[in-house]
Design a protein around this ligand. Structure first.
Ligand code: FAD
Ligand code: FES
Length: 259
């Protein structure tokens, strides 16, 4: 499991501006919220949460922001990549009414969890927040599930004008939710953590990763919680112990970077 398994890209799809999905052969189980380490030959190996789960095919959806994601973006059907994993702990669906909040590329991480929730007849509201409408993706995929979907854009180019946290706050004040599940910019997730006071709050964190399976300590947060092993999905009890949550992350050499 800790060696990359070479696999073939079966499909690529442009989802939004600079955002792409690649699907690849990968039989086996993975839970929504878990991630793979994706090896791009001659470039790098990076963590990516699963965004498509099928029996034999899995997918990841990402925005190009640096060397590895640019190289992955340029790969085509038939090209080879290496996959390690699945790693980490995914989302747990608890309670009957769930509010899902996805921001930016975090939308890709929560979508398989929304699908699972609908399959299991949970009632859910979904808020997707992006800066502007051409960064939005998976709208049709989520709409097709028959869930209540609300779009927010910072610039008002589509849906509600303003941050996803603002709309979420209105929803939380008006409706009863057992649980909030979120992935997106950490500042957004911290704000939601402060707004939604109930116990069942789950957020998927991102930290710079090297091994991906708990060995190197690169991704530690709080007091010895490894994002790759104890996370990337953390519940309220764990998040309370993570003093850096919403405040800083670390770069490849461990230096603190303010969020
Ligand atoms: C568990 C996990 C799941 C992830 N899932 C997804 C996903 O589904 N879709 C997606 O688009 N991205 C995801 N990411 C982030 C993705 O791994 C990084 O964007 C990628 O490693 C950047 O590599 P790069 O070489 O293209 O950019 P780099 O040149 O390495 O970095 C470009 C910029 O991004 C910052 N950066 C790099 N890695 C991270 C990170 N892990 N967290 C925050 N900032 C970072 C760097 O500090 C730099 O400013 C995930 C990260 C983790 C830890
Ligand atoms: S990346 Fe090595 S311990 Fe998490």
């Amino acid at each position: 499991m800790n060696f990359p398994k070479i696999t073939t890209i079966t499909e690529t799809k442009n989802e939004a501006k600079n955002t792409k999905t690649i699907k690849f052969n990968f039989p086996g189980k993975i839970d929504p919220g878990q991630f793979f380490m994706i090896w791009i030959p001659n470039v790098d190996e990076i963590p990516m949460s699963v965004s498509f789960i099928d029996e034999k095919i899995k997918g990841v959806t990402f925005r190009k922001i640096g060397d590895a994601t640019n190289a992955l973006f340029n790969l085509k059907k038939g090209d080879k990549i290496g996959i390690r994993g699945p790693y980490g702990k995914g989302f747990k669906l608890n309670g009957k009414n769930i509010l899902f909040v996805g921001g930016g590329t975090g939308i890709s991480t929560i979508t398989p969890a929304i699908e699972e929730a609908i399959k299991n007849k949970f009632s859910s509201n979904v808020i997707l927040g992006v800066k502007t409408k051409n960064e939005l993706f998976f709208e049709e995929r989520i709409k097709k599930l028959g869930t209540n979907l609300f779009i927010c854009t910072d610039d008002g180019s589509k849906g509600y004008k303003g941050f996803a946290t603002k709309l979420a706050e209105e929803f939380i004040n008006k409706n009863y939710y057992n649980s909030v599940i979120t992935c997106g910019p950490e500042i957004m997730m911290k704000k939601l953590f402060d707004i939604f006071k109930r116990n069942d709050f789950q957020a998927s964190l991102e930290r710079y990763m090297k091994c991906g399976f708990g060995l190197c300590g690169q991704c530690c947060v709080g007091e010895g919680l490894r994002v790759c092993k104890e996370g990337p999905v953390f519940n309220r009890a764990k998040l309370k112990k993570i003093k850096d949550f919403g405040i800083y992350k670390r770069d490849a050499s461990g230096r603190k970077i303010k969020l």
